[in-house]
Structure formats: C-alpha cells, structure tokens
Design a protein around this ligand. Structure first.
Ligand SMILES: Cc1cc2nc3c(=O)[nH]c(=O)nc-3n(C[C@H](O)[C@H](O)[C@H](O)COP(=O)(O)OP(=O)(O)OC[C@H]3O[C@@H](n4cnc5c(N)ncnc54)[C@H](O)[C@@H]3O)c2cc1C
Length: 557
C-alpha cells in the first residue's frame, strides 16, 4: 500500500462488520480470492456485486487511470466495498482496486437486496453507510466529470440534472480551468462538442438529459407494459409520499418525474421545519432518503420522464409519457406540484442559468464565489435562500415588494434574516433591469419610484409558483388559478361502480375523474409545505385502497 493511502475512518460510512453480521452474508454469497492489482468494480460499470473484505486491502479510487486519479481510502478486513447504486441500480462512480492479496465474500446485488430486507440490523448499517458514502462522493466532487463552460445553457442543464438527482460529479469550467483545453485536445473533442460527460472511460458529447439518465440507469430500459395499481406523476414530497406508502402497502407502483426526484423541495438548501430533523436537512438529501425507501418497497421510478396526457381507455387510466410510452393504471396520483414564477424583466432569458437562478443550492453558491448577489421575493423560500447564501457569497440584497418581511415569511426566518449582518433587506423594492455582457454584473432596482443600481453577480428569484397542470388539458376540473379541484370542492358526484346507477360523493383528494387523486401543491386549497405534501401523498394511498375496494366490489378483475 502506498504511504499516502489511508484506511477509511471508522465513521458511519465505513463501519467494520461483526462476525454475527458477516455470517448471513457468508452463507448467501461465495468466497473468492483477492489478487493485488485486480479491479473489483470499475467506475461506469453496473454495480452488480457487493464485497465484504475478509483479508487483504481494497482501495477506492476516483478518476482511476487518469491524471486526476485520487485514492479516497482503503478497505481492510470486515469492511465492505459498495455504494448506493447497489440499492438504486446506478453504476459505480469509483473504481475498487485490490491493493493486497486476501479473501472476500462476493454477493450479487439481488442476493444483497433480499438479505437487507430480511435482516434489519444489517440493512440499517449498510444503508446508512451507502448514504454517507454518497454524501462523501458528492461533497468531494468525485464520480462523473462534466466539462463545459459555465456560460453554456447545456452545461447548466446537465449540471442541474446531476445535482438535483444527487449524482456525484465535478464541473470543470472551460472558462476558468487552464488545463481544460488540454484535456479536450487529449480526448480529441472540439470546443463546440461540449459539454462532455465523462464516466470512467466513456465520454458523452453534449448528451441529452435523457441519454445521461439512461446511462445512469435512471429510466427503465424498456417501456413498462404492465398494469400498475398506482401510477404517481411527479416525484416531489407528495409523489414520494404516495409512492412509499403505496408500494409499502403492496400496491404495484410506478413513479415518474420530468426533472428530478425531490421536486421543489430539492431546490432548497435547508428545510428546517420538517418533522424529525431538528438541525434541518437539505431538500435533496430528504428526497434521496425517500427515493431509497420507495425503491426498497418496490416502486419503479423513471427520471426524467414527462407525463403529457391523461386518458381513460378500456376501464383503465393511461398516463402518456413524452417518450411515447403509456403507463396503464387502476388509480393515478397527480403530484405535479408547481413551478417557479418568472419575473417580467428584460433580458431574463439571456441570463437564466448564467446569473439568474430559481434555486439556491451549493451549485449556484459556488458559481457566485464571494460576489454580491440579489435575492428576489418575500416568502419563506426567499428568506431561506438569503440566509443560506449569506454564509457563502458576498453581500446579499433581499428585494421584497411589500412593506415588511413578516407579511409573507415565517417568524423564525424573519429573525434569521434580520440577525444576519451580510443581508440587506430592501423593502418596497422591485427588480427592473439586468446588466452585463455574458456574465451578469448588476441590476437596476426601483424603490418608492426611485431607481438605483446594485452590483450583483447573480439574481435568485423566489416569487411564487404556478401549478403544473397545463399538460392535463381539460381532463380534470381545475380552479381559476389552474390548481386541481378535489373532494367536496368539486360539487359533483361520481357514478358508484357498485352499480344500479347510484351516485357517490368524490373521496377526499379524488379529482373530477374517479380513481385519479391529487396531492400536494398541485391541489387546489393545499397548504404549500413539504410536510403537508407528504401527508397528502400518504392520504391519497388510503383513498386509493377505498376506491379499489369499490371497483373490486363492483367487478372483480
Ligand atoms: C426554494 C424552496 C424552499 C422551500 N422550503 C420549504 C421549507 O423549508 N419547508 C416547507 O415545508 N416547504 C418548503 N418549500 C415548499 C415545498 O418545497 C413544497 O410545498 C413541496 O415541495 C410541494 O411538494 P409537491 O410534491 O406537491 O410538489 P413539487 O415539490 O413541486 O414536486 C412536483 C414534481 O412534479 C414534477 N412534474 C411536474 N409536471 C410533471 C409532468 N407533466 N410529468 C412528470 N413530472 C412532472 C416536477 O418536476 C416536480 O419534481 C420550499 C419551496 C422552495 C421552492
């Protein structure tokens, strides 16, 4: 072992398994020798096996075989090699190389999943370690390399996709990295073929988001043809809540999202008011945990896949997807939430993704470095963004249209904003113009009829959201603002499938189409919060059971 190669620390990411925990793994798997130099798992390849090291040493290497090669640590006896992809089906992001001869237990991914479900203690230790390892890879910029210009919308698109789906990666900016040009020449890539996604030895040239998702096994290889008990459209907190409860209660469940698992919540750097996380949790981490739960219970998920139409054919609901696939379902949960509102400011599109952002996470903060920034909005999401950015960028100007903060923001956030010296609160102030050439340099704002210039390298916009319901056309009843009407708000009755032409009231959360439920922000009258979205997702499943009982009572299939 090279002198610089440290054993992994003994924290929750790299536990040593006891003999009792190794015993079932030994019984299920097979023993195999480890030979120095051998590659156990290669970055970019599927993670098809899990290894418990009995003797010898295995190094975990980032960017193996490249000038940027880095040993992240070394496993020795009773530690194990494997990452979250063993649960989610994603490929390996690092390479496992045997450094010292020894012996290991090798267990297939399928065998491991069965063991983890049956042995709670083992399951807890492995899942905790896998999640902690994923956080380490993300934090350390290990895994995929995205090479492009921060000014390119395609770089921004791919970066956002990788970040929001918690895919470990680093971004090599052609505008600032002196070695990037050299790297492109080495890979025989012209500048107009960027951005590149490099995984292991595989290079993708300006790929579509769907191609990257397919390479990372985030979309099923073949279109699912089976009939699902429940198809959940939208994988924000409401959709994840519905998928976890539906799958855990034995319903065959599919979950699709057009952008990323996590929805709006995954654009939040820190959610502080979600039950059970007293120190707060980042939205993307919360989403990752929920996605793992959903997968463990058997949910089939696909990202990025957009629902384009909701139909009812031959007694079943059909959700049509943008790739042409059709998911058939006995019941549907619509959890498509809402998407950010855009301010009416000239040159907005020119700077979107390169100075104008609708999320405030580490990615955006890194792009601002220590420069001053502007946050627009007077509600909780704007307050959260301001507090988060204050610790990472230069000064933050919070532009609020109203006369005071307390009108739209929770008290705890008002207190945080007001006690943060790096935040300037500008009340009765609106953004009017954006300035810059390629990079955003400043903005014009207006306060009480007077305009002034603010130096700003970025504008973070949080001015509310609109429901994602346009794809439904006239399939469902919606309110004047486009949110889906449910339950008693519908003021109509459904035909009772039990027959005799009897009518029944819609179930709570049931839409104007029997068997289609709406949960979370997309629903008219819902409380726009993570906890209430999760709660409605869970409640929708309860209603699905009731609806299926009505159906089955009428005509058993
Ligand atoms: C920056 C920010 C910070 C926030 N902080 C907090 C907080 O601290 N605490 C709190 O309680 N709430 C917070 N919220 C609000 C909270 O995130 C939302 O109330 C919650 O995410 C709503 O969940 P949802 O599942 O209903 O919808 P969403 O989170 O909006 O998820 C909907 C999902 O549906 C997908 N989708 C849309 N259309 C389609 C389609 N046609 N096909 C497939 N998929 C589709 C979207 O891509 C999205 O992933 C915050 C919101 C933001 C934006």
């Amino acid at each position: 072992m090279a002198a610089t190669e440290q054993l992994f620390d003994r924290d929750e990411a790299f536990p040593r398994l006891t003999d009792e925990l190794i015993a079932p793994l030994d019984a299920a798997g097979s023993r195999r020798p480890l030979t120095a130099g051998e590659i156990l798992v290669k970055a970019g390849d599927p993670q098809s096996a899990f290894y418990v090291i009995l003797s010898g040493r295995v190094a975990i290497v980032d960017a193996h075989g490249t000038p940027k090669e880095r040993v992240l640590g070394v496993h020795d006896e009773h530690r194990f090699a494997g990452e979250l992809g063993l649960v989610t089906g994603q490929p390996a992001y690092t390479t496992a190389v045997v450094r010292e001869d020894g012996e290991a237990i090798e267990i297939s991914r399928t065998q491991l999943q069965a063991l983890v479900s049956a042995n709670q203690q083992l399951g807890d230790i492995l899942l905790t370690a896998f999640m902690a390892r994923r956080a380490i890879l993300i934090g350390g910029g290990s895994g995929l390399r995205l090479i492009g210009s921060h000014l390119s919308p395609d770089s921004r698109r791919l970066r956002e996709f990788l970040t929001r789906n918690r895919i470990p990666h680093s971004f090599i900016d052609l505008e600032v990295d002196a070695n990037a040009e050299l790297l492109l020449r080495k890979l025989s890539v012209a500048a107009d073929e960027t951005p590149l996604v490099v995984r292991g030895s595989k290079v993708m040239r300006n790929p579509s988001t769907l191609d990257v998702a397919a390479a990372l096994n985030l979309v099923p290889r073949a279109a699912p043809v089976q009939l699902f008990d429940a198809v959940v459209v939208g994988a924000g907190p409401a959709g994840l809540g519905a998928a976890v409860y539906a799958a855990s209660e034995g319903l065959s469940t599919a979950l699709v999202d057009s952008v990323a698992i996590g929805g709006q919540a995954s654009t939040s750097s820190r959610i502080e008011n979600y039950l059970g996380f007293p120190a707060g949790i980042s939205g993307s981490e919360l989403a990752e945990r929920a996605a793992i739960q959903a997968t463990r219970f058997g949910t089939e998920s696909a990202v990025p896949v957009r629902a384009t139409r909701l139909a009812f054919e031959d007694g079943y609901h059909v959700v049509e997807l943008d790739g042409g696939e059709r998911l058939r379902a006995r019941a549907v949960v619509l959890a498509t939430g809402a998407s950010y509102r855009r301010p009416a400011v000239a040159r907005l599109e020119e700077f979107e993704g390169a100075g104008v952002y609708y999320a405030a996470t580490e990615v955006e903060a890194q792009m601002c470095e220590k420069s001053p920034v502007v946050v627009v909005g007077g509600a909780n999401s704007a307050g959260q963004a301001a507090v988060f950015l204050a610790g990472r960028v230069g000064r933050v100007s919070l532009l609020v249209r109203g006369p005071d903060l307390a009108r739209g923001m929770s008290r705890y956030l008002v207190d945080q904003v007001e006690s943060e010296p790096a935040i300037d609160v500008c009340l009765r102030t609106q953004i009017r113009e954006l300035h810059g050439d390629g990079d955003l340099l400043g903005v014009t704002v207006e306060c009480d009829g007077e305009t002034r210039q603010l130096e700003s390298r970025a504008v973070f916009v949080f001015i509310g959201a609109e429901p994602c319901t346009t794809w439904l056309d006239d399939a469902l009843a919606i309110d004047d603002d486009g949110f889906v009407l449910t339950g008693a708000d519908l003021q109509l009755t459904h035909l009772d499938p039990a027959g005799d032409g009897r009518q029944r009231s819609p179930l709570p959360l049931e839409t104007s189409r029997p068997g289609v439920f709406a949960a979370g922000d997309v629903r008219s009258g819902s409380i726009k919060r993570v906890a209430s979205a999760v709660g409605e997702g869970a409640m929708a499943v309860r209603m699905i059971h009731q609806y299926l009982a009505l159906l089955d009572g009428a005509a058993p299939r």
